[in-house]
Ligand binder design. Structure first.
Ligand code: PLP
Length: 394
């Protein structure tokens, strides 16, 4: 093609206006992504190698072994799917639901809604149980619904990032087994940060993301499934209606054969190996304790400044705190001020909680005392500037 034929936006003169890619420095204390660990960034910047190179194949095995430790499971099929958390979420629906099959979804926030939307797109017979955004289900409520509705799959979000609720999961796996139902858990905001015991809690299927507890950029979604799930997959009567996320095809690459399926995002896999290695080095229980301790420090600090938290302490989520915006405060103004003047991101409320709460995340590398102190100090000194009434105190 001659230069004269290039469309104007792409001609040489216009392109020369672009400077080198620049991204401002940010401390990400919102719902995610969280900052990546410096060692993860180093791994990410290594030169790519082939996705079938023996060095890469050995790295894949490391990632799987480290993921099994972080998930606390022995599942053969444990892998980082290409794509963000929603990719493995969709894989969990696309592979395990056939048209007309019953799925029961316990919805208590935005991400429960996403599961409902996905399941209906795959033509599942979807039943929903609901809780207000800010509450958790009791074990009895879930048991009753599974026993009466008899679904093929029961799905629930462990850590609801929209409301800041941590859902207790203990005992649900037994109920699912007794009722011949698969237990599916969204662990996007809990993996690598909060206690999560896939084998012990009898979770059959779970998915997560790379950009929160694992201190990596977004781009991979860890997934794990046990033998019960493998059996269900192999007894499908119809083809999985999504080629990219078909686990029987992915199994040929991440299972023993290492046969090409799609070009793996190799650098993201370098990154996740490093993020998982850092967790293993610190020790999973230490990682969980660190997240709990820093969250408590944040909660106490906010309360002592007069702020109210949206979720009761019994099921408050340590990785994501929903803080009520006081009635006399310009919530967006304060959030934007933190970003523009201090480089700190906190999140808006989502869906039902839009305009009512800020969402503060302490996840992975970012869960540290120094970040909590920095944010509390800004709530103390800056928030009063966003009072709608001059004399307001919080
Ligand atoms: C609980 C939960 N589930 C699913 C997702 C979707 O993940 P992603 O945005 O990485 O696709 C998110 C995103 O933050 C989430 O918080």
């Amino acid at each position: 093609m001659t230069e004269a034929k290039l469309i104007s936006a792409l001609n040489k003169e216009n392109l020369s206006h672009f400077s080198k890619t620049y991204v401002p420095s940010r401390l990400l204390l919102g719902p995610g992504p969280s900052n990546a660990h410096p060692e993860v960034l180093k791994a990410l910047s290594l030169n790519p190698i082939g996705h079938l190179d023996e060095a890469y194949i050995s790295l894949m095995s490391d990632v799987q072994e480290l993921l099994r430790y972080t998930w606390q499971c022995n599942n053969r099929l444990t892998l980082p799917m290409s794509g963000t958390g929603s990719a493995a979420m969709e894989a969990s629906i696309a592979n395990f639901i056939e048209e007309g099959e019953k799925i029961l979804i316990a919805k208590k926030g935005y991400f429960g809604n996403r599961l409902v939307d996905m399941a209906s797109r795959y033509k599942a017979d979807v039943s929903v149980i609901e809780k207000p955004w800010g509450e958790a289900f009791t074990f009895e409520e879930i048991k009753y619904e599974i026993e009466t509705k008899k679904p093929a799959i029961f799905a629930i979000v462990h850590a609801e990032t929209s409301s800041g609720v941590l859902q207790p999961l203990d005992g649900i796996g037994d109920v699912c087994r007794k009722n011949n139902c698969l237990f599916l858990v969204d662990a996007v905001t809990s993996l690598g940060a909060l206690e999560l015991l896939i084998d012990e809690w009898k979770i059959d299927l779970a998915y997560s993301c790379s950009q929160k507890g694992l201190s990596c950029p977004p781009g991979l979604s860890p997934f794990t499934m046990n033998e019960r799930a493998e059996q269900k997959l192999s007894s499908r009567k119809t083809k999985v209606p999504n080629w990219y996320l078909d686990l029987s095809l992915l199994n040929k690459y991440w299972g023993s054969d290492r046969v090409y399926h799609h070009t793996a995002p190799v650098n993201m896999n370098f990154a996740i190996r490093e993020g998982l290695r850092l967790i293993a080095n610190e020790g999973l229980e230490n990682v969980w304790n660190r997240h709990n301790t820093n969250a408590k420090k944040l909660w106490n600090g906010l309360e002592s400044l007069g702020m109210e938290l949206h979720v009761s302490e019994d099921y408050r989520l340590p990785t994501l705190t929903t803080v009520k915006i006081p009635p006399a405060v310009d919530g967006d103004g304060f959030k934007n001020h933190l970003l523009r003047n201090f480089g700190i991101e906190i999140g808006n409320g989502l869906g039902e909680l839009s305009g009512k709460v800020w969402r503060v995340g302490l996840m992975g590398f970012n869960s540290c005392e120094e970040n909590v102190d920095r944010l509390l100090n800004l709530f103390d000194t800056e928030l009063k500037k966003f009072s709608i009434f001059e004399s307001s105190t919080f």
